[in-house]
Design a protein around this ligand. Structure first.
Ligand SMILES: *Cc1c(COP(=O)(O)O)cnc(C)c1O
Length: 453
């Protein structure tokens, strides 16, 4: 396997460079238009652009459309985020001037696409604080990453009598793959209970850990309760029993900076589409010593060294776990999204979201009969609620008439809702481009719904 030259496409942590590669490959520099450059006036190399929600909104064409005659208010970020113009333009530029399959190609286009793809791997490693790009496996998203770990790591390392600890607040993606592999290996999935406020019951967690525990699977932020569990402490405790820890970062990555080495996570997974990148691309980080012990889970091209009917030899990780043609444009789009997001001061974004969340909690409390689910102090900006006398799907349909997009249903977290004795709820999930004015529109519409009854 040839090692691509990453020098030109290697992630530098600086804002998009204005000169695309020869041939127009978007690569690490992404595609920068004059307007994009002016939107980030302080975006000199090595410097962070000033964050403001108004400035950021200018980067999202979709936020300027109307829905049912009203300006769109996108409060469904927990399901997927919108894409900045930089990402959209990068995708168009890739297909318009740089499309090629990667690796092994003796031609210029293949080499450039490979550089962009491997540059994306380096960018993800940097984004997560991983020691090396070789610790990153590209996948379709969080769900596929967890299934990969369950099937590849789980089948080799789980056996009868082993425990997999899974907090009750987990997304179905972080429950069902463990149930499937537990059934195959005769291991057990053990739920870790929640406190009334939606935080994980840490005493119960400590009691459930034992030498039987092989894996703890925790989300870094709950998609329905907003809870941010103390992942670092939980991981340290699990490691005392020799258990591995998988962290589901699907909700976390868009809201606050992540450092997998600081967390000491064995696995960390996320989806690009909840991080301003395209659908169909995500990443799995695994500690090098864990990754090197992982067996292939799918066979095909890209993951082999040589194939013969007498026997096949395999490529090293991470390629071993990436059978077939990857989502090349997805990686290029993800790279562009990471460039875009990290061009801002991420602590400033997190602080803004925290203040917007506090504002939203107070504003929502003025709606009679409205109950917010989850009140853990450590949280992301997710507001899951019920409104007395109104079905969640009726609430979502009502808000939609005002151009406000919220989700209604079980949010792929039925056990978390069951903890509050409900089967369904409405959810407004905020992102860096949402504003207090949009929260006001949500609350005004909910008040009208209450008064209409
Ligand atoms: C969305 C989500 C998932 C699943 O992500 P996909 O992109 O659908 O694979 C898993 N966990 C959490 C916490 C999520 O929010």
């Amino acid at each position: 396997m040839t090692t691509p030259d990453l020098t030109r496409s290697r992630w530098t942590g600086t804002p998009p460079a204005p000169d695309p590669l020869p041939g127009g490959v978007p690569s690490a520099g992404a595609v920068t238009t004059p307007s994009a450059a002016s939107a980030h006036p302080s975006g000199l190399p090595g410097q962070r652009a000033t964050f403001s929600p108004e400035l950021v909104r200018g980067d999202f064409p979709i936020l300027h459309r109307t829905v049912n005659g009203h300006p769109l208010v996108w409060l469904d970020n927990g399901a997927t985020t919108q894409k900045p113009r930089q990402v959209i333009e990068t995708l168009a530029a890739f297909y318009g001037s740089a499309n090629s399959n990667i690796h092994r190609g003796a031609h210029t286009m293949a080499r450039e696409a490979t550089e962009a793809y491997e540059g994306g791997r380096a960018a993800v490693a940097d984004f997560l604080g991983a020691p090396s790009p070789d610790d990153i496996v590209f996948v379709r998203g969080t769900t596929e990453a967890i299934n990969l770990v369950a099937q590849s790591w789980g089948r080799t390392n789980l056996g009868p009598g082993d425990d997999i600890l899974v907090p009750v607040l987990e997304h179905h993606s972080n429950i069902v793959p463990w149930q499937m592999v537990a059934k195959e290996t005769r291991a057990r999935v053990v739920p870790v209970p929640l406190q009334p406020d939606g935080q994980i019951d840490l005493d119960a967690y400590a009691d459930l850990l034992s030498m039987r525990t092989q894996l703890v699977a925790i989300s870094h932020a709950s998609n329905v309760l907003g809870t941010v569990p103390p992942v670092r402490e939980m991981t340290a405790l699990a490691h005392r029993y020799g258990a591995k820890v998988l962290v589901d970062g699907a909700q976390a990555v868009a809201h606050f900076p992540v450092d997998v080495q600081d967390l000491d996570a064995d696995f960390y997974v996320f989806s690009g589409h909840k991080l301003f990148a395209p659908t169909g691309i995500g990443a799995l980080y695994a500690k090098p010593e864990v990754l090197h012990g992982m067996a292939p889970w799918q066979g095909g091209g890209n993951m082999i060294e040589s194939v013969g009917f007498g026997g096949t030899t395999f490529a090293p990780v991470p390629h071993l776990l990436e059978a077939g043609t990857g989502h090349i444009s997805g990686v290029v789009g993800l790279l562009s999204a990471l460039n875009w997001l990290t061009s801002f001061d991420r602590d400033a974004i997190a602080a803004y979201e925290t203040s917007l969340m506090a504002y939203a909690q107070q504003a929502m409390a003025t709606v009679p009969g409205l109950d917010l689910l989850g009140s853990a102090p450590d949280r992301i900006a997710v507001l899951t609620f019920t409104l007395a006398g109104h079905d969640p799907s009726e609430i979502a349909a009502w808000l939609d008439r005002d151009g406000i997009a919220v989700r209604a249903g079980h949010h792929c977290a039925q056990p978390a809702l069951a903890h509050y004795g409900v089967q369904s709820a409405a959810r407004a999930s905020l992102a860096l481009y949402n504003t207090a004015e949009e929260v006001d529109k949500l609350v005004a519409s909910l008040l009208r719904l209450h008064e209409s009854a």
